[in-house]
Design a protein around this ligand. Structure first.
Ligand SMILES: [Zn+2]
Ligand SMILES: [Zn+2]
Length: 316
């Protein structure tokens, strides 16, 4: 399917459309008059999101709500702008509230897990946004506001209140950052944007046991379409996700590998001490600069990938 308009989001399942904001995905889910935005992208992409909304739902369209898989900065970058423009609430799991209301920082990132994302995480901001009174709790019972037929599933480990969104009828799964469908563990994978499951060395994971349980829970759903926070959505994903879950092991080393961080409803209560991080800051900055430049070149390639995405036939 070729998009008729380059601003358009790409439909990957009935009433589910995908839009890339830099390296993070957002999803427009539902029908006109009754739809939600799932995740709010990287900061600076408000215009692109609005353009995609206008193309899909009309000039003055606005969602019933913004739903957040979690509150990391690359999933809430446009949240405040959009909440202000649309005057709608944002929903998240209560365990994400401390980080989305300015009460606590997330458990500290762990660059010592290694890999490309581990390296780059040294330069990611620790602070996320404060959504104040606009933030509401996902309802107990797993129903999803404004989306009949969907349920939210608690999938912590990457973030304390991480949730995924699941539609049983056609086995569509929006999995946030529990896994990614681009190889974020290697430089080559990140640059090529080749579709591949990864996430086993995420520097954001604060609890590897919980992460493994979450990966296994999602694999057990046997999703047909797997749409993540990072990477091009994957069709016919059940077997690949099952194999990924079976082979999932924590990284060989890292801050949270032996002992997890602990959090509660007020935020972080315990972090194990950090291992020694030997990377000289200046060298790290230099390599990161080269990577950002190269990313500009590859961004065009990513746009083409989105334009050419072909959804698979739905399967019951
Ligand atoms: Zn994340
Ligand atoms: Zn992310």
């Amino acid at each position: 399917m070729v998009r008729p308009n380059p601003s358009a989001a790409v439909e990957l399942a009935p009433d589910v459309a995908w839009l890339r904001s830099s390296f993070a995905n957002v999803y427009l889910v539902g029908k006109a008059e009754n739809w939600v935005l799932i995740d709010a992208g990287v900061v600076g992409y408000t215009r692109q999101i609005l353009d995609a909304v206008h193309v899909r739902f009309g000039e003055n369209a606005k969602p019933k709500a913004i739903l957040l898989t979690h509150g990391h900065y690359d999933h809430v970058g446009c949240a405040r702008d959009l909440i202000r423009l649309w005057n709608v609430p944002a929903y998240a799991h209560p365990m994400e509230f401390p980080y989305l209301t300015g009460k606590s920082l997330y458990p500290r990132k762990d660059p010592t897990v290694g890999g490309a994302m581990g390296f780059l995480s040294r330069f990611f901001p620790a602070r996320t946004v404060n959504l104040g009174d606009s933030l509401l709790a996902l309802p107990p019972g797993n129903e999803v506001p404004a989306l009949p037929g969907w349920q939210w599933i608690f999938t912590p480990g990457h973030a304390p209140g991480h949730v995924s969104f699941w539609r049983e009828s056609d086995r569509t799964l929006i999995a946030g950052d529990v896994v990614a469908t681009a190889d974020l563990d290697s430089w080559r994978g990140m640059m090529s944007r080749k579709k591949q499951l990864s996430g086993a060395r995420s520097p954001f994971v604060y609890d590897w046991a919980k992460t493994k349980t979450s990966v296994e829970a999602l694999a057990a759903l046997r999703p047909h379409v797997l749409a993540c926070g990072h990477g091009e959505p994957m069709e016919d994903a059940a077997d690949e996700l099952a194999a990924f879950a079976t082979g999932f092991t924590p990284p060989a080393k890292g801050r949270y590998v032996d002992v997890a961080a602990r959090t509660d409803a007020d935020g972080v209560v315990y972090e194990p001490p950090p291992p020694r991080d030997n990377l000289p800051k200046m060298a790290a900055g230099l390599v990161a600069g080269v990577f950002v430049l190269a990313g500009v070149v590859y961004r065009k390639r990513g746009k083409n990938a989105q334009r050419d995405f072909r959804p698979a036939e739905p399967r019951s």
